[in-house]
Design a protein around this ligand. Structure first.
Ligand code: ZN
Length: 431
């Protein structure tokens, strides 16, 4: 129960990808991880721990074993979630009310954002004494609401509605004259006139809570993918030192295809691997050899079977909440798992006493994809896609099993502590 309570606090404190990275960085620094700057040369030493951020919205942490350069064991998750982003010139008014002009970020269930208290958070760009600075900001007040049209004017609303983000999703933030930038500036402690830009998002103000007659579920915004992000952090911080390089990746922009400079489709991971090899004085070809001997766990939540719609799920490969860690497979490699990598990961879980379950989509359903196959295009290594079973993925509030978070932490800790040795193409030893 401790694990789930702490995860809930983590999620409540991370309304945007920027804040998720800030939360993780804070915990890493408290645990003795040293911050590296991408724009400076890295000095790193065996036995030490480091992390870096890019754009303040993606993060990589790693610890070097006492023996120096070695293969990598990586857990990757994402810190962004579907939401609405403020457009430039966001202020508008209608019918005596102040509204915000917003656009979709990612593929959310739009109706779930209606009629609930929302706030604004993100990153501000402000003019400083010598140039531009960035500040994270979180208004932390119920300042916005996206109102439904009453049933009386839309009698068929319960038969399904086609939502238009340009028309239906603009939040009300007050009476005419309400000024979002003034509120954000005050909260950030800067002059409104000094704001030169920003990346600001609406977020759901609901706090995470336990749900069910025995508190068996947790209901929270952003469970996809902060549940896995938090688990990977706890696993890294609690795992015993190993003989390989333990690494945690938290990527931004997964929900919009990972194609940004800080997303999983960027150079972030491979450059970090290359720079670690160089900084540790690894021999020529040592990096390529290490990558060939490395292992990636892509941790991103999975679809728990919906009790009212079991027909949406493959009969033999349905997964349930509190059933343990989900190993995901897809013939078209939307998930990166293959027979060997799935068996390796399940073997690790079995030894750690963590239950696992297998997920595959119905053959006539496209399903989602994850970071796994995108990362494989940049740093190609054995990889498996896993996650925790949850309901209502991409709703403003999602639901997962309360016992599953501890399973995920235990599984990832066991993964970091296991010495995975790639003995050849198609032969892997677990020590
Ligand atoms: Zn996800």
């Amino acid at each position: 129960m401790d694990a789930i309570r702490r995860m809930m606090e983590f999620i409540d404190a991370a309304p945007t990808a920027f804040h998720a990275v800030e939360q993780v960085a804070k915990r890493l620094e408290a645990a003795g991880y040293e911050r590296l700057e991408e724009r400076a040369a890295w000095t790193i030493a065996p036995g030490e721990r480091y992390f870096l951020t890019r754009n303040r919205s993606s993060l990589i942490a790693f610890r070097i074993p006492g023996r120096g350069f070695a293969p990598f064991q990586i857990v990757a998750s994402h810190g962004d979630s579907p939401c609405f982003k403020l457009k430039p010139n966001a202020d508008r008014s209608a019918q005596g009310l102040a509204l915000l002009n917003v656009e979709k970020y990612g593929g959310m269930l739009m109706s779930t954002w209606l009629d609930r208290p929302l706030s604004v958070a993100g990153r501000l760009v402000v003019e400083g004494a010598h140039g531009l600075e960035t500040r994270l900001v979180d208004v932390e007040r119920d300042i916005a609401i996206i109102p439904n049209v009453p049933i009386h004017f839309n009698r068929t609303a319960n038969d399904g509605v086609a939502w238009n983000a340009q028309v239906d999703m603009l939040p009300v933030i007050g009476e005419e004259g309400a000024d979002i930038l003034a509120i954000v500036a005050e909260r950030a402690g800067v002059e409104k006139d000094s704001i030169a830009g920003g990346d600001l998002f609406l977020y759901n103000r609901d706090k995470a809570s336990l749900v069910g007659t025995s508190d068996e579920f947790v209901s929270a915004p952003r469970l996809d993918d902060l549940a896995c992000a938090y688990a990977s952090l706890q696993a890294l911080l609690s795992a015993k030192p190993s003989n390989h390089i333990d690494m945690l990746c938290l990527f931004d922009n997964e929900e919009v295809g990972s194609g940004s400079k800080q997303g999983a489709g960027s150079t972030l991971l491979i450059e970090a691997l290359r720079r670690i090899a160089l900084a540790l004085g690894a021999a020529p070809q040592a990096l390529e050899a290490a990558v060939a001997g490395s292992f990636l766990v892509s941790a991103d939540n999975a679809h728990a079977v919906h009790p009212n719609h079991p027909e949406k799920y493959d009969e033999q490969n349905r997964v349930r909440m509190n059933g343990g860690v989900v190993v995901k497979s897809n013939a078209n490699q939307k998930y990166t798992s293959d027979g060997l990598s799935a068996a390796v990961f399940e073997g690790i879980c079995k030894r750690a006493g963590v239950p696992t379950q297998r997920f595959a989509n119905r053959s006539d359903v496209a399903g989602g994809s994850t970071l796994g196959n995108i990362l494989s295009g940049h740093a190609s290594m054995n990889a498996v896609d896993i996650g925790l079973a949850q309901l209502a993925m991409h709703s403003a509030r999602e639901t997962m099993g309360a016992r599953d978070e501890a399973y995920m932490i235990d599984a990832l800790k066991a993964f970091y502590e296991c010495e995975i040795e790639v003995m050849g193409d198609g032969k892997i030893d677990l020590n």
